[in-house]
Ligand binder design. Sequence first.
Ligand code: DP6
Length: 418
Amino acid sequence: MAATEGQWLLMATGRTPTNIAVIKYWGKRDEALILPVNDSISVTLDPDHLSATTTVAVSPSFPSDRMWLNGKEISLLGGRFQSCLREIRKRARDFEDEEKGVKIKKEDWGKLHVHIASYNNFPTAAGLASSAAGLACFVFTLGKLMNVKEDYGELSSIARQGSGSACRSIYGGFVKWCMGEKDDGSDSIAVQLADETHWNDLVIIIAVVSSKQKETSSTSGMRDSVETSPLLQYRAQTVVPSRVLKMEEAIKNRDFESFAKLTCADSNQFHAVCLDTSPPIFYMNDTSHRIISLVEKWNHSEGTPQVAYTFDAGPNAVLIAQNRKTAAHLLQKLLYYFPPQDKDLSSYLVGDKSILGDAGVHSMEDVEALPPPPEMKVPDLKFKGDVSYFICSRLGAGPKVIADESQALIDSVTGLPK
Ligand code: DP6
């Protein structure tokens, strides 16, 4: 296997976006293979704002597989990491780097150990789905290093075994995870419905909601729902199949009204399933409910949806506006109700900060001068401190290789995180 002589180290670095489901995945029919009870559809978010970057290094000098997440060593012994490692190693191919004098035969990859360093460009503590981007990046980058040539559908089915929602992060734009029928899960893969340029007026504003409560993990929450919620069965068998078809049509035709109605209805039904679980699971809090109410009232007063909302397994709101103009209006309303606790506006809205200019908000004085949204009955109520911060983003592209070795997270001499 080894290179001509001595020690060598090879590395690959990749960056993979996170995604947010507009038709939710909730419930597995197979826990080990991570096979879902229904199809789901997501939008991929701009990796500049929300993504994972991972470097995988291999060297004959590494005595074991090791991984660091955001600089801290974590165990790779979990079944999910092991499944992804095993599946990628199985598909590894011959590799040769003439410059470095390294030649690795297909069958030798299994004897070599890897060091993996990964980091998220958004705070993990924010409770934003980081596992989707992280596991997808793990699989994508490992596949690049080991010269895996399988198509993206196959890679998605490997990422799925790391975390269900991760399979959708293998593509940009709009993505569908087809639940599949086979027992071995080989047809439970993600497909791209449209790339990120197809409907690029959409603006995404995420409200990171302050919460002290430790939430039930998606994995155990959905297990409880499958075991106890009669609504989950009805949702999976009757509601989602037709909703998925309608959502695909809405995306194809850039029909915002249908897209928004389906997105909100599906988020609400997912949370209804959580409430229908025994014991009930509460992911949303009062702030989440206030944001829903604000959007619903605004949409109603305009006669047609301006903004869609969706919530995952936590209180954060993901708001999708039809275009920049509606996003700017939305931001004015949000800043009116949820003004920043301290005086620093620039850290209260991260991501695409230019939306502040569109909303005419340049300073705290501008925030204080915002008019009360007319559709609200008690307009003078404000909830300072209930939102930690906002992220303004858009749809984004799928995984990519970062060729510039200076951006690698692992030191090419020590083989350890930089
Ligand atoms: C509410 O993918 O985190 O975000 O497969 O057990 O790792 P595991 O669960 P995970 O669940 C995501 C649930 C969701 C909805 C969605 O992303 O579709």
